[in-house]
Design a protein around this ligand. Structure first.
Ligand code: IMP
Length: 207
């Protein structure tokens, strides 16, 4: 079936309240001439993520935002998985950072991963990113990308966001947190999913 494509100059809402994701998705969209606003800027509510897959949760967020905003919406559902923890935290990556007293604390979340996985010899880890572009009429396009590597401890680096400081992608020595953001964008799970989205649904990048 043919994919539905956005037009150059068209405006979409990025269905996320996470500033790290907003920054990265907006940077990826910029060369394609797509105008963006965010769910936060429009005051859209955050729907509950009740699915057990990244694509399922990305669908919920994209359709809710497209319906509420009356324009196409792009959502990102992503997470960090550790082989020795059977893929956890996975779709619950953001929940692992939620302190009982409220607020997200990623240093604490990363130390939980380390505490649980430290005795395992298998250090494999990966990030997954599902991107869903939904239209107000209910049409959707979904894509998934992965970045594979190992987890390291202690965590290193102040770039990026979330679990970036404890992840070293295959073939590299620096963590995502130590890497220049331009470099992370070249090899990340988000970049991999975005490349598929761009090929099917976006106008060609300028320049
Ligand atoms: P979501 O908003 O439910 O998709 O939660 C995604 C979770 O995965 C958040 O806790 C993020 O910090 C984490 N995450 C997603 N992508 C990345 C990334 O590129 N680097 C670091 N952490 C990420």
């Amino acid at each position: 079936m043919a994919h539905r494509r956005l037009q150059r100059g068209e405006k979409i809402v990025i269905a996320s309240h996470n500033s790290g994701k907003l920054r990265e998705v907006a940077a990826l969209l910029a060369p394609h001439g797509i105008e963006v606003t965010s769910a936060g800027a429009l005051g859209l509510p955050e729907p509950d993520e009740t699915e057990t897959s990244f694509l399922g949760n990305a669908r919920i967020k994209a359709h809710a935002a497209a319906r509420a905003a009356g324009m196409p919406a792009l959502s990102d559902d992503s997470g960090f998985s550790v082989a020795a923890l059977d893929g956890a935290p996975g779709v619950y990556t953001a929940d692992w950072a939620m302190r009982p007293e409220g607020g997200r604390d990623y240093a604490w979340a990363m130390s939980k991963v380390h505490d649980l996985a430290q005795h395992a010899t298998d250090r494999a880890a990966w990030f997954t990113c599902a991107l869903v572009l939904a239209w107000p009429d209910g049409h959707e396009e979904g894509f998934e990308g992965k970045a594979e590597g190992v987890w390291v401890w202690p965590s290193r680096g102040a770039h990026g966001f979330g679990y970036d400081p404890m992840f070293v992608p295959h073939g590299r020595h620096e963590t995502f947190g130590e890497m220049d953001p331009v470099e992370k964008h070249r090899i990340s799970h988000r970049a991999a999913a975005f490349a598929l989205l761009a090929a099917s649904c976006l106008p060609p990048a300028a320049g």
